[in-house]
Ligand binder design. Structure first.
Ligand SMILES: [Zn+2]
Length: 234
């Protein structure tokens, strides 16, 4: 199959895009911006554990959230204020869906923050695999823990029920070209199975180390042209 961009949507394979939320679709790490001030220095110590693979990213995020003592409305308000979309995101999603592709958000981030972000972009609904912020105290307040999407799977790196690769396996159809967009340790497992990876931050370093086929993610508006050029060169 050739990847003539002028025939995109008719002869090109279906594109399946799996998108991390925090620090991938947003210009900066909004969980960090919003939540780290509630936690202080222990936030960074835990973060380092995930980046060095000493603890799973899911375990780290859950422990970070467990250190928050602020009431729920304050936590949610901070989460909704923090995100700024990456350039070209709206255009990318719109064009991807128009050509028959599928997008899914696969994130350990908190569902209500991601839903609000998506609504603000005025984009059609896509599948969202995200976490619930559960408050065990009065008024759904602290102490908090996270309930991750039950579509995540188990793997030795990520731990039980926390691996994003399971969602790739679930959504991928035969012949799909799978694009993975991410920035963190939790995105490495799906990145290893993607056809093309668009990476920022820590994930970019890991893709480089592992020799994966990856591109730097700077502007979502450029992605489909890069994909079409890659398809044409196969
Ligand atoms: Zn994994």
């Amino acid at each position: 199959m050739t990847g003539d961009p002028t025939r995109a949507g008719t002869r090109s394979p279906r594109l399946l895009a799996l998108l991390d939320y925090d620090g991938t679709m947003t210009t900066h790490e909004c969980n960090e911006v919003a939540l780290q001030p509630f936690v202080g220095d222990p936030w960074w110590k835990l973060e380092e554990e995930a980046c060095s693979d000493r603890m799973s990213h899911a375990d780290v995020f859950d422990r970070q959230v467990a250190l928050i003592r602020a009431p729920r409305p304050e936590v949610v308000r901070r989460l909704l204020e923090a995100p700024e979309p990456m350039p070209g995101l709206r255009e990318f999603i719109t064009r991807l869906l128009e050509r028959g592709g599928e997008a899914a958000i696969v994130s350990a981030g908190i569902r209500e923050a991601i839903e609000a972000f998506w609504e603000r972009l005025d984009l059609p609904p896509v599948r969202l695999f995200a976490s619930e912020l559960v408050g065990e105290g009065p008024d759904d307040g602290p102490p908090y823990h996270l309930e991750f999407s039950d579509a995540l799977g188990g793997c030795p790196r990520c731990g039980p029920d926390c691996c994003k690769a399971a969602i790739l396996h679930r959504l991928r159809r035969p012949g799909d070209v799978v694009l993975v967009f991410g920035d963190g340790p939790s995105d490495l497992c799906p990145a290893r199975e993607a056809d093309l990876v668009f990476a920022r931050g820590h994930l970019a370093e890991r893709c480089e180390q592992e020799g994966l086929d990856w591109r730097p993610l700077t502007d979502f508006g450029l992605v489909l042209d890069e994909v079409d050029a890659w398809l044409a060169s196969r």
